[in-house]
Write a protein that binds this ligand. Sequence first.
Ligand SMILES: Cc1cc2nc3c(=O)[nH]c(=O)nc-3n(C[C@H](O)[C@H](O)[C@H](O)COP(=O)(O)OP(=O)(O)OC[C@H]3O[C@@H](n4cnc5c(N)ncnc54)[C@H](O)[C@@H]3O)c2cc1C
Length: 267
Amino acid sequence: MHIIDSPKVYLVAKTTLTPNGLDQYLQDIGNPNWRPDPDVSDTENLIEAAGRMCYRSWESYDPDKPDATNPNVSRVRNGNEGYLGNILASAHGSVLEHASATFILRGVSRVLTHELVRHRAGMAYSQESLRYVRLDKLGVWLPKPVRENQDARETFRTVVTYLEKVQRDLADLFDIDHIKSFKTKKKLTSMFRRLAPIGLGTTIMVTGNLRAWRHIIAMRTSPAAEEEIRGVVGQIATICKQEFPNAFQDMIQDPETEAWIFEHQKV
Ligand SMILES: Cc1cc2nc3c(=O)[nH]c(=O)nc-3n(C[C@H](O)[C@H](O)[C@H](O)COP(=O)(O)OP(=O)(O)OC[C@H]3O[C@@H](n4cnc5c(N)ncnc54)[C@H](O)[C@@H]3O)c2cc1C
């Protein structure tokens, strides 16, 4: 068995624009005075474009550009930060759903993945299959009360070492290495995993739209959430804040609790 020092978070994908398509659309509606800001992420430019499309507010009203402008709009808000700030303040959250970010979480427990997959709206998951992947080495991450207590650490070590041996014993018992049929091996592997601990380190790929990530970050970094998921989602929050500062401009980390909260919740 091995101890996982810290579960790892990797940002592996995020929404990008298809410039030709967006340019063509802007030309077709009369070539308004708006272009994606090259200093802003594609992800956030797309959210702004979605909002401007909704209100036909690419620029202030121009009777020569009836498809790009709106007679109700005499002045438009310029700049991605201000535009997204207004979207967030007015809770026009659906436009955030066009943009997504994908993470791989490595060395997270099945406790964490079971909690995470409860978030359904706007989320997609692919989890390491323990029907296909046979366990031979077990890794676990130790929560703080275990890290701080030598007897508890010893208990974890003894039990997980034993369960690792159980995996190997079952493999020997069923002589799985000499079985040719993958179907049979899968059936057996699937059975073996029942005797693995739920603290077992595993890997999950998770994609969420930015509206969903904002919700998950607020819920899962709250002091009420479990230590492991708080730490992992906290890492996701830090990455989102760096990558998409305008879309997360109203989220801040409370220095006291380390929870990520919406600025308007600050007391
Ligand atoms: C601290 C903590 C303790 C928890 N304890 C428990 C527990 O003891 N037992 C347990 O079973 N779960 C528990 N949970 C899980 C929790 O109940 C939710 O299932 C989980 O957090 C997913 O969040 P969500 O419901 O906001 O779903 P998401 O899929 O993240 O949805 C986001 C939002 O979309 C809306 N939405 C989504 N689906 C629907 C729908 N079908 N109908 C209407 N609106 C919808 C809701 O407004 C929801 O808040 C806990 C969660 C936390 C953070």
